[in-house]
Design a protein around this ligand. Structure first.
Ligand code: FE2
Length: 548
């Protein structure tokens, strides 16, 4: 924080001196006395006299050294220098002004100087003296005591005003920090990795425009940012937009060209100097903040004119700059997360496809179950994160089949009791496989309980109703739906109306009745599109194998 400068005579000090009926002025080294409050006529006459001024000029050095002590300028006229802040380094002695209180003593009545002054002013001395309240004239002791009190009063007053000013500056500083912190808090709450980068950037642009109070704001990612995938070349905007997105993107590109590779924020006050046609009709002042990642700019934030018509300050630039750094970090993390997530899902898809491929009839089963489980979870009003986890759990729900002999899995026709017992082990085998992967523990209920039934007649544990974890109930429904809707070794696919009727019939016995109701109202278009895709891929695979 910068040091606080308090004026020599504050309003508070002038008020107190006026209440005490004491006049005050600022004395310059040439003897000129500039009043800071109304002077009495006789004081005005004395302070204006050239002879008085030359005495003051002569005594100036003494006045500067005797704060709080009375200095006799003329008989009966005393100056009490009041302590003030130290002279600034840049200020010369000639520029310095000394604050003084003016006291009049009883010896004014017999003063030769007064007689002389009255003669010069062609004024009757008796008439001049009549202007003075003689009882207000002070004795030497009173002058000394009053001078001391005035010195203290000035010191206290300066201290008080300095603290008030400090407090105000601190409040201002706190308010600014609060805005920055509150913006950062809002953003960091939005920085959950399951939020998509484009919704994060859209929110960030809006929050920043609101906090900084600019008329409009644009956040632009530069073109050809390969590692930023879909974000490359995107434009986000907030506020009262003066023109369309395409025109703003063009302005952004021209700004990058005009300003070069800037790495710090800049405030542009004269937009006509930039070679960007029409920009000065859209804004008077522009704040431009680069988005920098590992020292390389990859985009821009630019915004125009404060809503309250004030100047875009360094605090506004600082706020935008902090946000730009936060955004760069978020984007970096988001990209890493996206990479890891796609590798993770890719691996799971490969794993589950290899299990589904054991049996030609279940080709693509896990992917379809995952899709319908997520759709059901969304329709049931579950949050985005849970829906995604249900999707992944659906993808791996049959991972335990890896431990079931292929001869049993792919057996055409009816299974023996023993064979069915082997099949029934796959939920527990799957749960055991996932148990060793900490990041997949929350998926286990979907794997372990997807063959449980609402009435308790399922397997492996025979639990019923709401005792069956939600993941198990959701995936169980999607699993049964896919089994009925696609061809199996032992029967052809049922008609969609028959599948729906079966689900309704089994609501409350096999399926959670509430989930079953939501399920029957889903859009099945994506499911059938996926069935066709899997069928085509399977036939292509078969043809290729035949050719081999
Ligand atoms: Fe299963």
């Amino acid at each position: 924080m910068r040091p606080i400068q308090v004026p020599i005579f504050t309003d508070r000090l002038i008020e107190r001196l006026t209440a005490l009926q004491i006049s005050a002025c600022l004395v310059s080294s040439n003897g000129v006395c500039s009043p800071v409050c109304d002077l009495r006529p006789i004081e005005r006459m004395i302070l204006g006299a050239p002879a008085f001024r030359s005495t003051v000029a002569r005594l100036f050095e003494q006045l500067s050294e005797r704060a709080g002590q009375p200095v006799k300028v003329w008989p009966g006229v005393y100056f009490v220098p009041l302590p003030s802040q130290r002279r600034r380094r840049s200020q010369s002695a000639a520029e310095t002004q000394i604050p003084v209180a003016i006291l009049c003593g009883q010896d004014l009545l017999d003063s030769e100087h007064m007689h002389l002054l009255c003669d010069q002013q062609k004024m009757d001395m008796t008439a001049a003296l009549q202007q003075i309240d003689r009882t207000a004239l002070l004795s030497p002791t009173e002058i000394s005591r009053l001078a001391l009190s005035l010195g203290w009063m000035k010191q206290d007053s300066v201290e008080l005003d300095r603290r008030v000013a400090e407090l105000q500056a601190m409040s201002q500083h706190l308010a600014e920090s609060y805005e920055e912190l509150s913006l950062m808090y809002k953003l960091s709450s939005n920085m959950m990795v399951n939020q998509t980068p484009d919704s994060f950037l859209g929110n960030a642009c809006y929050e920043l425009q609101q906090v900084v109070g600019l008329r409009w704001m644009v956040l632009q990612i530069a073109d050809h940012q390969d590692n930023l995938c879909l974000l490359s070349g995107q434009v986000f905007n907030a506020g009262q937009m003066p023109t369309g997105k395409r025109a703003l993107k063009q302005i952004g590109l021209q700004l990058i060209e005009e300003l070069g590779q800037i790495t710090e924020p800049v405030v542009l006050d004269d937009l006509s100097r930039l070679n960007i046609p029409g920009l000065d009709t859209l804004a008077h002042h522009l704040l431009v903040v680069p988005l920098v990642r590992e020292g390389v700019p990859f985009g821009l934030i630019f915004g125009a004119d404060k809503l309250d018509d004030s100047h875009i300050s360094s605090i506004d630039s600082k706020l935008c700059s902090s946000l730009a750094s936060t955004m760069s970090i978020f984007l970096q993390n988001a990209m890493l997360y996206e990479d890891m997530q796609s590798m993770f899902l890719g691996t799971l898809h490969a794993l589950t496809s290899s299990i589904d491929a054991k049996d030609s009839y279940t080709h693509g089963h896990s992917e379809r179950v995952a899709l319908m489980s997520r759709n059901l979870a969304k329709a049931a009003g579950l949050d985005d994160f849970t829906c995604e986890r249900i999707y992944v759990s659906g993808l791996v729900h049959d991972v335990g089949k890896i431990g079931v002999p292929e001869s049993v899995l792919c057996k055409p026709g009816r299974l023996t009791f023993e064979e069915f017992e082997l099949i029934k082990q796959h939920p527990e085998i799957g749960a055991k496989i996932l148990q060793d992967i900490r990041q997949m523990h929350d998926l286990i209920p979907g794997v372990l309980y997807h063959h449980e039934r609402w009435d308790g007649n399922g397997y492996p544990h025979g639990i019923a109703g709401n005792d069956i974890p939600l993941f198990g109930r959701v995936i169980g429904l999607a699993d049964a739906f896919d089994a009925m809707s696609t061809n199996r070794t032992y029967r052809r696919a049922l008609k969609h109306e028959d599948v729906m009727a079966e689900i309704q019939r089994c609501a409350g016995t096999q399926f959670d009745p509430e989930l079953a109701k939501v399920f029957t109202e889903l859009d099945f278009g994506p499911f059938f599109a996926m069935v066709q895709k899997h069928q085509a891929a399977f036939e292509e695979g078969v043809t290729t194998e035949d050719e081999d």
